[in-house]
Structure formats: structure tokens, C-alpha cells
Ligand binder design. Structure first.
Ligand SMILES: [Zn+2]
Length: 108
């Protein structure tokens, strides 16, 4: 019987394996090289997942209003959802403008 060879660094326990399996087929993941697995762990598995852009927008506004941060976001090629990440200075400015526009549109 074929069993996937897991990288010990990334799939150390059942809990991690379960987290991974919620985002990507575990057998497909197991066949990827170590650096690709690490990238998927960082960019997808370890992050909160947002189902659609509407959820992302609500989260960005919440973080902005409650913690004063402007986060960046991206569509994920692994799970098909969205994740948020820190933004550089230029992107922070764009995100803040986007949040202001979003809030104005909600109020109107
Ligand atoms: Zn993802």
C-alpha cells in the first residue's frame, strides 16, 4: 500500500496534518518538496482563511478600527480563499484609502 512520505519538519503531528488537509489534499502535499511545503505552511495553512472578498473587507476594516493597522490581502492558489498579511508602506497607504472608501460606501 502506498503511503505518503511526510516531511518531518512540517507534518510533525496529527493536528498539523489535519490543518493541512483542510486546505490541500494531503497526498498531493506530501509529494511536494520541502521548500514548497514550507511556503504553503507559511502562506496558507498557518493563516486564517477568508472565504470571499467580502469577509476580507470586513476583517480589514475591523483591524483598522480596533488595532490601527492596515493589512494587505491576497487570493490563495492553494485553498482558493483569501489570506491577510502585513503591508509595506505604499500598500498600507492604498489599503487605508480603500478602507475609507469602503466605510463611506457603507454609510451612503
Ligand atoms: Zn490558502
Amino acid at each position: 500500500m502506498f503511503m505518503p512520505q511526510f516531511q518531518k519538519k512540517t507534518i510533525a503531528d496529527l493536528e498539523t496534518a489535519t490543518q493541512i488537509s483542510k486546505r490541500i489534499n494531503l497526498f498531493k502535499f506530501a509529494r511536494l518538496n520541502e521548500s514548497t511545503q514550507a511556503r504553503i505552511m507559511r502562506g496558507c495553512v498557518k493563516k486564517d482563511r477568508f472565504e470571499n472578498i467580502n469577509e476580507v473587507a470586513h476583517h480589514l476594516v475591523f483591524k483598522h478600527d480596533n488595532e490601527g493597522v492596515a493589512l494587505n490581502f491576497y487570493g490563495c492558489g492553494v485553498c482558493g480563499g483569501y489570506h491577510v498579511t502585513s503591508a509595506n508602506k505604499t500598500r498600507r497607504k492604498q489599503i487605508k484609502e480603500m478602507i475609507i472608501n469602503l466605510k463611506n460606501n457603507i454609510i451612503e
